[in-house]
Design a protein around this ligand. Sequence first.
Ligand SMILES: [Zn+2]
Length: 357
Amino acid sequence: MDKRLQLIKELTELHGVSGFEEEVKYYIKERMEKLTEISYDNLGSIICKKQGTDENPKIMLPGHMDEIGFLVNAITKEGYLKFIPLGGWWDQVLLAHRVIVKTSKGNIPGIIGSTPPHLLDAKEREKVIEKKTMFIDVGAESKEEAMEKFGIRPGDVIVPESNFALMHNPKYVMAKALDDRLGVALFMEVIEELAKIQHPNTVYGVGTVQEEVGLRGAQTSTDLIKPDLTFVLDVGIAGDTPGLENLHIDVKLGKGPLVLLADASMIPNRSLRDFVIDTANSLGIPLQFATMMGGGTDGGAIHKYGSGVPSVAFGIPTRYIHSHTSTFHRDDYENLLKLLVEMIKKLDASTVDLIKK
Ligand SMILES: [Zn+2]
């Protein structure tokens, strides 16, 4: 496995549910402290500052460290865990999946369970099982055993269990938490590239916390940085699976990173959007475009900071996000990496002034 896939494998296999992102934060610190000045906001976001030949403009590259997961909210007397979701989970993707409960005594494996279909009447079997009726089976024989022997407490966090793997065509990569460790990997690699060249600005790679529950770390880290412009690094919804033909979502894996033209949280700055498109065209980098009125990105919080921050949100097209396993195409990642580095090389103070006008 090459260095890039190894980075993505390691990042996606870390446990970092919203509000519990420490493992990801320490990983980034370890890798980036030689190249950048590290600081933190008070919610736990990590800021990696890479100064070029000039201090300004300040360019922010946020990728959210958190992944969606669950929290134990009760333990039944028989030793089963009841849970709430942290982030958007669809009931249909949960049943019979493996999870890991993070306790003070270590990691405890479990399975998401429900009443078996064999025991449901015909009408009930047709319905979608709701998460509030599900439970997690950790193999405990009583509440006492779950708590005392296993160390499980209400408030413990639960992470999906899923390993990184390549598909038969190794350009297709499968993993959990691609949303948004791909964004984290991207800003780390952008900074590694910038360390080898000159750039007329200062770049802030930011691992934000709690994006999936309300863009919270984006808000607090932006207050520290006071950026001049932002490229949000996240995943985007692919439209190339069966049954979507009539929705006109022209986003395919491997056909280029996508630029969000509008989402529920932000409309990008038009001059910056055009700068992105022009730069991509001049380099022969393919782009795809999408709207996402049923969701937002960290840009939603960042672009409203102070008197406003010109921002564009990018997405690596990804299938099956917000589940145990998603997939993306590495060409899209590599094209976005190249585009980001080339744009940063051009974004000096006068270019950014023009974008702001
Ligand atoms: Zn995301």
